[in-house]
Design a protein around this ligand. Sequence first.
Ligand SMILES: C[S@@+](CC[C@H](N)C(=O)[O-])C[C@H]1O[C@@H](n2cnc3c(N)ncnc32)[C@H](O)[C@@H]1O
Length: 364
Amino acid sequence: MSTRAQDFEQINIALSDRIRASAPNGILAEGDSLELLRKIPSNTISLILTDPPYHSTKKHNIYGDTQFQEDEHYLEWIETYSSEWHRLLRPNGSIFCFCDSSMSARLEILFSRRFNVLSHIVWTKPNEPGFDGWKGKMKKEALRQWYPHSERIIFAEPAVEGNLFRSTFAQFLRDMRQAAGLSLKELTAMIGAYGKVNHGGAVSNWEAGRNTPSREQYEKVCSAILETGKVKYMPPYEDVIRVFSVNASKEFTDIWTFPSVRPYKGKHPAEKPLAMLEHAIEATTYPGDIVLDCFAGSGSTALAALNLGRRTISIEVDQKWVKAIATRLEVESIKRNGKEYSYQPQENGMSTFVHQLDLFSGVK
Ligand SMILES: C[S@@+](CC[C@H](N)C(=O)[O-])C[C@H]1O[C@@H](n2cnc3c(N)ncnc32)[C@H](O)[C@@H]1O
């Protein structure tokens, strides 16, 4: 498998005619993301963190939010994305897709064709009165259902058929063990991972997709398999195990309480809180991983990823927001690094500042 740096370079080349701002670890491309995603090589993205138009909200100030008459048409559109997302993700990658509560059930079913839906996160918005949308102002007696004061985030991993939990790692482990000519019992004995109940021990649980080995356990598996001489290469932990890293000091439940972004001049109508995006990225990526947002809006996903030393690809169709993202990243870069930068004007009036956005430093 290629490295993150090689993949990033390939994506850079694939999107080159649409890139509006770029840096060693960040790319901003302009255009219809479905068309651009089709240019990106397969299995290159570690995390898709994206927030498509919700459709049911019918906001005229968000490109695409009113483009579908029927829910079915919206679902068909997302289905084409779902297929591309699955192709793009590394087998140990993850996806977060934001959606409205009225569409979430149908989206989960749609995603479950290709993904294991792991969490249905409820983003509650504990906003102070005056900053809580229609909650304070509306006539409660007129309600005919519970006032929808939360948004949903579907969290999933790519699925394969072939084991109990449709786990890609489980499939990979079984293929490698069999290529090495080892039985479940033999591999278990070689790494000393006996279970309390069955003879296959931990290995049989891993091959069922029930859970995954620790880094230390995986290293023992690699040594045992390579020792047979029948398998020549075992990939590093970061290329096979989906990262999920939370602890008691962070939000570890599927209820996320992050206040909405307060109104300010130039705010994107659907801008998501930076802290929430950082929370999502930190828990589900390794440093240096490539994070994709194909409905980039204000560019908050890009900023969150870069803040955490990840690589990032942002795609946005609305030129107004493409410019806003470029400016935001440039301003952040200068604020942090005080670096000189130079514009390279493009024919379409955009500017590019290749290799100038040094807040992207520190990524391996
Ligand atoms: C819900 S907003 C995303 C807001 C973003 N998460 C943020 O924090 O600012 C959806 C964005 O997708 C963009 N969009 C809609 N259709 C698109 C398409 N086909 N390709 C790329 N971007 C698209 C819209 O212009 C809008 O900025």
